[in-house]
Design a protein around this ligand. Structure first.
Ligand SMILES: [Zn+2]
Ligand SMILES: [Zn+2]
Length: 165
């Protein structure tokens, strides 16, 4: 299953707005999110029905620098190896406070699904949160903006005293 479906685009817009400050309604031309998922159903005496999810998530974003707001290109690429159990299982004592589960001798990130329709948005969202830097800096030496006059100190300097946060 490969998705370039509209819900991927809307996920990407939500993501850009909520993590990267929401400055833009629109995505940069080359921003993209590509998700490949292979799903299999399984059954175990212990966990009942489960769904394994294997794949890859790749993305390209232009988040604004937290110091000077300049956008810079960021790429992410992360494998997906997850298992979804029915939320009927969620109350099991063994599953409290764990984030990974071993299914068929393989450790996978644990998620839950409810009902018959599986929504992958929470899963993708959580994976993205793990691989995206929430505080992007466009360059390690970024001088940021002057807190007094707002001048971009990477471009020029002003007479205001600089206090590093
Ligand atoms: Zn910067
Ligand atoms: Zn200044």
């Amino acid at each position: 299953m490969t998705h370039s479906a509209p819900w991927i685009t809307s996920l990407l817009i939500d993501l850009t707005n909520s993590i990267f400050g929401g400055a833009d309604e629109q995505l940069a031309e080359e921003d993209s999110l590509h998700v490949e998922l292979t799903l299999s159903r399984g059954h175990s005496p212990k966990w009942q029905e489960y769904i394994t999810v294997d794949g890859q998530i790749k993305g390209r974003f232009h988040p604004p620098c937290i110091r000077c707001l300049e956008r810079s290109r960021t790429e992410i690429s992360s494998p997906i190896s997850a298992c979804l159990l029915s939320d009927d299982q969620q109350q099991q004592a063994e599953l409290q406070d764990i984030t990974d589960i071993i299914i068929n001798n393989r450790e996978r990130e644990l998620f839950f699904y409810s009902g018959r329709q599986v929504d992958f948005t929470p899963l993708l969202w959580e994976l993205l949160m793990m691989v995206i830097d929430p505080n992007p800096i466009h360059h390690p030496d970024c001088q940021g903006l002057c807190p007094t006059c707002g001048l971009n100190l990477n471009m020029s300097s002003c007479s205001h005293k600089k206090t590093l946060a």
